[in-house]
Design a protein around this ligand. Structure first.
Ligand code: RB5
Length: 291
């Protein structure tokens, strides 16, 4: 789980956001950067004071400019929509994983504006708003909080994958596209292996695989240890695959499920959590079969 917060100078908003997230998600690898930073500048005094009031320390922070390495495999959360657009423009390779914090939290019209020169009270409001948006984002994204979804398809699933990528971007769900990249004929097991391995290693939080029927993808993905791939044709099946089977990969058939139903199924899959309880022992037995 890698997250990079981005603002302009990397001396107040983004280091504050990074310190806040580190304190609530210690397992996440969190960094911050600017789009117009003076490398090596310390955090603004007011930001340090407001952080200290919250038990956070920005003493060792040094500003840095955003570089491609910081975005590798990371979710990028920017302070404003302008930052979001600029990161997407400068770093097209991070496509699908760059959102303003407001959009990621489900408040797409909200920007965290620069508090510089406006007194400590303004910095306090900034920190409170970042905390509130991170809380909203956690509620909204549930089990997939701060994790991307890996998508893969063969040629038959390629048009539907493109539609799903756009739909997920609309919902500020971070995605990584594992191909295929054209309608040219290709073999579905290659993409099932790529997405399945990414899920099993934790590179992404969940997967969506699409071929003509979804059958080849589900057979292949289920060969990867740690993957529980569910072939589903509509929303309820997708929801129950999460709630009862703790499925971590959704397989769809582009020749069987239309784009609107596929969108609904995907969102229901990604937004539901495992119910646990009586289902836990059964999923443990599935894990036992793998051993
Ligand atoms: C390709 O024609 C098709 O066989 C494939 O997309 C899939 O349906 C396999 O299960």
């Amino acid at each position: 789980m890698r997250v990079v917060f981005v603002c302009s100078g990397n001396t107040c908003r983004s280091p504050l956001a990074a310190a806040i997230l580190r304190s609530t998600e210690p397992q996440a690898e969190v960094s911050s950067a600017g789009l117009a930073a003076y490398d090596g500048s310390p955090a603004a005094e007011a930001a340090r004071a407001v952080a200290r009031e919250r038990g956070l320390e920005l003493r060792d922070h040094r500003a840095q400019n955003l570089r491609p390495e910081l975005l590798e495999g990371a979710i990028c959360l920017t302070m404003t929509r302008l930052h979001q657009d600029e990161v997407r423009r400068r770093f097209p390779e991070a496509e699908g994983r760059v959102f303003s914090l407001g959009a990621y939290a489900g408040e797409p019209d909200e920007d965290i504006e620069d508090p510089v020169g406006q007194g400590e009270g303004r910095y306090r409001e900034t920190a409170d708003r970042i905390i509130a948006l991170l809380r909203l984002a956690k509620e909204r994204h549930g089990w997939l909080y701060l994790q991307a979804v890996g998508l893969g398809s063969d040629h038959a699933g390629f048009p539907l994958k493109r539609e799903l990528l756009a739909a997920l971007r609309q919902e500020a769900v971070p995605t990584t596209d594992f191909g295929t990249d054209s309608p040219a004929s290709c073999d579905y097991p290659d993409f099932a292996q790529a997405v399945g391995t990414a899920v099993a290693t934790g590179e992404v939080g969940a997967g969506v695989l699409i071929c003509g029927t979804g059958i080849g993808m589900s057979i292949s993905a289920n060969k990867v240890q740690g993957v529980r791939a569910a072939l589903v044709h509509e929303g309820l099946g997708a929801e129950l695959a999460r709630r009862h089977n703790d499925a971590n990969v959704l397989c769809l058939g582009a020749r069987l499920t239309g784009p609107e139903l596929a969108r609904e199924a995907t969102l229901r899959f990604l937004r539901q959590s495992f119910d646990g309880g009586r289902h836990r022992a059964r999923v443990d037995k599935i894990r036992g079969l793998e051993r």
